[in-house]
Design a protein around this ligand. Sequence first.
Ligand code: PGA
Length: 257
Amino acid sequence: MNRRYRKTIIAGNWKMNKTATEGKVLLDEIKASVGKAKWCEIVACVPAVDIPMAVKALKDSRIAVGAQNLHYEPSGAYTGEISASMLKDLGVKYVIIGHSERRQYFGETDVTVNKKVHAALEAGLHPIVCVGESLEQREMGITNDLISVQVKSAICGVPADKIRRIVFAYEPIWAIGTGKTATSEQANEVCEHIRTIIRKQFGARTARAVTIQYGGSMNAKNAHDLLAQPDVDGGLIGGASLKSADFVTIVNAANQE
Ligand code: PGA
């Protein structure tokens, strides 16, 4: 973390978990325990149908609401889809784009990720852009090359003044939901690589202002070490965001002086 130059952001990614009724209980618990966390931004990325409940439950709290996906067209005949302006209208602040599960199960590509980033920015949302390599790709030694392609294509055509509104999340696929966490050094290495890509394209000031999270089995035990790394500016938390005590412990780790 480097709070001097950029925001630390701890975001929970609930994935397809929690009905609105169950989610309300979880948010009430989190809200009650994170009162003093003032050094980091906290986000709950809830299922789309839970959004109205979450916005209401988190009104007057320090916790922002995020979505997990959006469609890139502003409106039209796209049965089952949700546009950026619909999310914005509900009070959503962040939206996860290009999560590896969406790339793997729902045909999301670097091209659709780029379109979604533009749509989110256009509507005034903050995209959380996920990038990451598979185990095979890591073993082939092409992690950095792959991350470069994912990052560069995600931000293709985004004007310099909007880059700071994007949050990047480095999520190695082999660490997601597996209990296998990247070492703090591995996490930092790739987060630093992402910052270097931004620096080369947009300069040092922009690069140092961009928040880059780590995600992949981040939990109450390893969060402190991961967040102590200079280029790891927060976490995108799956499993551990579904338990209020674990999530709050991670928020507190991000809140260390
Ligand atoms: P995990 O998920 O923390 O359960 O590994 C992270 C994510 O997919 O964003």
